[in-house]
Design a protein around this ligand. Structure first.
Ligand code: NAD
Ligand code: NA
Length: 395
């Protein structure tokens, strides 16, 4: 079939297999161009199919020759209906890994459930025996609690009064003011239950109990801090409470891994266009301005550049540099004083009319479509493609 983008708000309902394949190949080539990392050998990535998780899987495999098991929740294709992009990414990642002689298998299902944890552990026991790195990179708006069966929905709300600020519709470039009413205790609880650390801890406890964690293993989850411009709705909002909880969980996981001499980290990453971040109000406008400033300074990075740097300069070095709160910071360039000052200046001035010039709306847009395999250089979108791509190592 011929596949075109069909967008609805901040989601795209279609995905292009060839474009997703090219994205994966580009990321692999980037990692290979940076040379070998003396890194992990047997890696479990939870949330492995897109964004930072996919970049973690690619960096492990092609930077450090690691065997990888990827867990994700993606929609398979059906006749005449393309799969979700993470499905195609995983299919082509595996194809490339297998070609390179690397072990790669995948599990598609709800990572929050006991069943998927059990299935993953069974696979590790049978095939890899043990894991030396667990990446936790889930981003989800909902979680069904595995014990109670209760379904929780996260919300993106401020907590310190009504939040008013500019936001952009990144399809049209139209800037408008939004106003978001503050969340309450219930909103905090729901958001922490979905995006906080409980499930990460459940995974690590289950893996440890099953004896499939290697001596000296590491685990990393991803967090975000960001600028003063977005903090009312992000870091000081309901999602920020969930990130506080995730960050605190790193310490309790490290404690529980003591016998194995294991360690849990949170890495604070840069703001980037992903399916998760395009849904957050205000963030797309911030990213458009941030991209402009960082590209001009030649310090722009995408997911793969961020994670390659995380592995090579932070995680797999003699000492892992951390901040006062014990976190790894690869948002260091985003948070640089000169970068933040220039973004704040642009923020004051930017209007619908000036955004194309002051910001990098075009870059935002391109990255958004790229997530779904569209607008990727070298792909002929007029050509028929087979949507029925299968994931070779899907369990
Ligand atoms: P993403 O949407 O690209 O990836 C989410 C992944 O989670 C996908 O692999 C998806 O299949 C998987 N997933 C979602 N629900 C699942 C479920 N129930 N079971 C199994 N898999 C499921 O998101 P991302 O932006 O890469 O986010 C990953 C982490 O990085 C999040 O913790 C996010 O907060 C953090 N982070 C993101 C940014 C950013 O700007 N995008 C910045 C810093 C940190
Ligand atoms: Na991810």
């Amino acid at each position: 079939m011929i596949i075109e983008p069909r967008t609805r708000g901040f989601i795209c309902l279609t995905a292009h297999p060839k474009g997703c394949e090219q994205n994966v190949i580009d990321q692999i080539e980037y990692v290979q161009s940076k040379g070998n990392i003396d890194g992990p050998k047997k890696v479990l990535v939870i949330g492995a199919s897109t964004g930072f998780g996919l970049a973690s899987r690619i960096t492990s495999a092609f930077g450090s020759d690691a065997a990888t098991i990827g867990v994700f929740l993606e929609k398979p294709p059906s006749e005449g209906r393309p799969a979700s992009p993470g499905w195609y990414n995983s299919a082509y990642f595996e194809e490339q890994a297998h070609k390179a002689g690397l072990y790669a298998k995948s599990i598609n299902g709800d990572a929050f459930s006991h069943a998927i944890k059990d299935q993953t552990i069974k696979l590790i026991k049978e095939e890899l025996k043990e894991i030396d790195l667990v990446i936790y990179s889930l981003a989800s708006p909902v979680r069904t609690h595995p014990d109670s069966g209760e379904r929780f929905k996260s919300v993106l709300k401020p907590l310190e009064g009504t939040f008013r600020n500019n936001t952009v519709d990144f399809h049209t470039g139209k800037i408008s003011e939004i106003s978001i009413e503050p969340g309450n205790e219930e909103d905090i609880k729901n958001t922490v239950t979905v995006m906080g650390g409980e499930d990460w801890k459940m995974w690590m406890d289950a893996l440890q109990k099953a004896n499939v964690l290697a001596e000296g293993c590491k685990t990393v989850a991803y967090s975000y801090i960001g600028s003063e411009l977005t903090e009312a709705v992000y870091r000081k909002g309901t999602i920020g409470k969930a990130k506080d909880d995730l960050e605190a969980t790193a310490f309790s996981i490290t404690d529980s891994l003591e016998k194995l001499n294991g360690k849990a980290y949170v890495s604070v990453n840069k703001a980037l266009v992903t399916q998760a971040s395009s849904a957050i109000p205000v963030i797309p406008l911030y990213i458009s301005l941030l991209y402009k400033v960082m590209k001009e300074k030649n310090i722009h990075e995408g997911c793969i550049e961020q994670i390659q740097r995380l592995f090579s300069d932070r995680l797999y070095t003699s000492t892992t540099e951390i901040d006062d709160e014990g976190r790894i910071r690869i948002d260091d360039w985003e948070m640089r004083e000169d970068v933040q000052a220039e973004v704040a200046e642009l923020w004051k001035k930017v209007t619908t009319e000036t955004l194309p010039k002051l910001g990098d709306l075009e870059g935002y847009n391109k990255d958004f479509f790229n997530l779904f395999g569209f607008k990727v250089a070298g792909i002929d979108y007029d050509k028929e493609v087979n949507e029925m791509v299968q994931i070779p190592g899907l369990q």
